[in-house]
Write a protein that binds this ligand. Structure first.
Ligand code: ATP
Ligand code: MG
Length: 547
């Protein structure tokens, strides 16, 4: 099997040496918020390995922190993973192992490897030492096994108040790794858990719970982000001392995904939701999976993005343009085209009589001939976009000018005759003529005209509102480190008064379109009288990757 990154190198080696037979991974989200694009990377690594090595991948909710977790988040996480196109083998919860974890803790006590400490959180911090200074041993460290067993059982049975005692692993207060200086592995917490209710009054700490969950499930490669590198010795200590069967799980760290100007922390994203800066976790501007879905990003594009950024051991920042590039590439291949006008300018085509019309066909998607065609109707009065006519054209302007010509997409060449102004000097409407025989396939269709513009007949045009999304964060400002001071007040631009052709309303809420020359748009579900479309991504590629 060809290896594509350092994690796969390890896996291939473990298979070759016979250390493991079946590769088992897991994706372990904490249900304390919605998944974001960073999680998509972890998902694509863990589920990608399962697919590539014919292994398995569990979904394990890391629900050891009952005060922050909620069933709403569990449901959203499951929906997002499925939407990305991945299937987990088993749906599990750290809380499924609370009994096992308790037993492991008791066995550590019996081995003299854990003790009940009565230090407060502050005292534990103060005696932990620093990077250059050893920690100090707790006076409770030398309690007998019997005493520890009794105290721990009392902790479990609710004899002591919250925070009054903890269970600590007895490792080494002089270890150069602070995580090994008698870390807390259990705490007393009277909090109702979303799955176990009030059964437990003590909860395991993440560093104790995680390796036990992995080992219990027979996970072979426990892949996590770099900030856990210093926790690996503790991870190994737990699985080794809790007597699990071999092969023991192996923790491997990779660099988390950072995208420029993109918030990648559930805690902060939750703040945006709670303060009402966005309409919810699935606001189309959010970098959450549900936000990207509402925005119209195809799951295939997100997977492609994760494949392109690869897996590295060193932190770096990815250009958001790469994600847009992947989205655009997918939409260009698969979305239907439709005509829309952002800022309508009326054109009267003099040589089409009132009530007369001509029908034309537009390819739904020139990249996919099997997608067929739809009809557009040309009438005496049409709209073109105001930016497609200029009284005083800038250099290299190829659209309509006074006395000039432009091609109406899929229809005739139009010739300008007269500009009618309002009293205030603004343009009111244009009077033009069409040139017969210039329709596609017509006798004069070869006529040289540089510009092609979209249009829609006044009679058929449907009023619409366009939403254009901009990044939630502004560019980094010198000296400003808090996200809160970088929130972009203009992250949503609303263009009222747009016009779309009727075809844009077919296909329901989920359908995306390329509005020709404007951008990729998706219908925004709403009640109001006018349909709304939100911009998925613009047409212009700022990233500059050649396909
Ligand atoms: P957050 O700080 O946003 O809450 P987290 O790491 O605490 O993120 P978890 O729910 O614990 O979120 O994450 C589940 C898995 O996803 C973990 O293995 C974690 O390492 C991984 N993960 C989280 N954020 C990223 C990221 N930006 N890039 C890659 N993997 C990530
Ligand atoms: Mg976390």
């Amino acid at each position: 099997m060809e290896s594509e990154n350092f994690i796969e190198d390890i896996i291939v080696k473990d298979l070759e040496t016979g250390k493991v037979k079946t590769i088992r991974t897991r994706f372990p989200p904490e249900p304390n918020g919605y998944l974001h694009i960073g999680h998509a990377k972890s998902i694509s690594i863990n589920f990608g390995i399962k697919e590539k090595f014919s292994g398995s991948c569990n979904l394990r909710f890391d629900d050891t922190n009952p005060t922050k977790e909620d069933i709403e988040y569990v449901e959203s996480i499951k929906k997002d993973i499925q939407w990305l196109g991945y299937k987990w083998d088993a749906e599990l919860y750290a809380s499924d192992y609370f009994e096992l974890m308790y037993k492991c803790a008791v066995s550590l006590i019996k081995k003299g490897l854990a003790y009940v400490c009565e230090f407060s959180a502050d005292e534990i911090r103060q005696t932990r030492g620093t990077l250059i200074e050893s920690g100090r041993e707790s006076p409770y460290r030398s309690r007998s096994v019997e005493e520890n067993l009794e105290l721990f059982e009392n902790m479990k049975n609710g004899v002591y108040p919250d925070g009054s005692k903890v269970l600590r692993a007895k490792i080494d207060m002089t270890s150069p790794n602070i995580n090994m200086r008698d870390p807390v592995i259990y705490r007393i917490l009277r909090a109702s858990h979303h799955r176990t209710g009030d059964t437990w009054l003590i909860y395991p700490m993440y560093d104790f719970a995680h390796p036990i969950g992995d080992a219990a499930e027979g996970i072979t490669h426990s892949i996590c982000t770099l900030e856990f590198e210093n926790h690996r010795p503790l991870y190994d200590w737990v699985v080794e001392n809790c007597d699990f069967d071999k092969p023991l799980p192996q923790q491997i760290e990779f660099a988390r995904l950072n995208i420029k100007n993109t918030i990648m922390s559930k805690r902060y994203l939750k703040k945006l939701v709670d303060t009402g800066f966005v309409s919810g976790w699935d606001d189309p501007r959010m970098p959450t999976i549900s936000g990207l879905r509402a925005r119209g990003y195809p799951p295939e594009a997100i997977r492609e993005f994760c494949a392109r950024i690869g897996v590295a051991k060193a932190n770096s920042e990815v250009d958001p343009g790469l994600l847009d590039f992947c989205v655009r590439e997918h939409l260009n291949k698969y979305t239907d085209r439709a005509m829309a006008i952002e800022k309508p300018l009326k054109v009267v085509i003099e040589n089409i009589a009132e009530g007369e019309s001509a029908k034309f066909n537009v390819a739904n998607n020139p990249n996919m001939p099997e997608s067929g065609e739809h009809e557009v109707i040309l009438r005496r009065e049409i709209y073109i976009d105001a930016s497609d006519f200029a009284l005083v054209p800038p250099p290299k302007y190829h659209r309509l000018v006074e006395g000039g010509m432009v091609r109406l997409k899929a229809a005739y060449v139009l010739k300008h005759k007269e500009t009618v102004l309002k009293e205030n000097g603004e343009i009111d409407y244009l009077i033009c003529t069409y040139i017969s025989g210039t329709e596609p396939g017509g006798a004069q269709s070869n006529i040289k005209v540089k510009g092609v513009v979209q249009w829609v007949a006044v009679l058929d045009a449907i009023d619409a509102v366009l939403y254009k999304y901009e990044p939630i964060l502004t560019d980094v400002i010198d000296g400003v480190s808090d996200f809160g001071d970088r929130l972009n007040p203009n992250s949503l631009e609303v263009v009222d008064g747009a016009k779309v052709e009727p075809y844009a309303l077919l296909g329901g809420d989920e359908k995306s379109f390329q509005f020709m020359r404007i951008g990729y748009y998706k219908r925004v579900p709403c009640d109001g009288d006018k349909p709304k479309f939100g911009r998925i991504v613009s047409l212009k590629d700022s990233y500059g990757v050649k396909v």
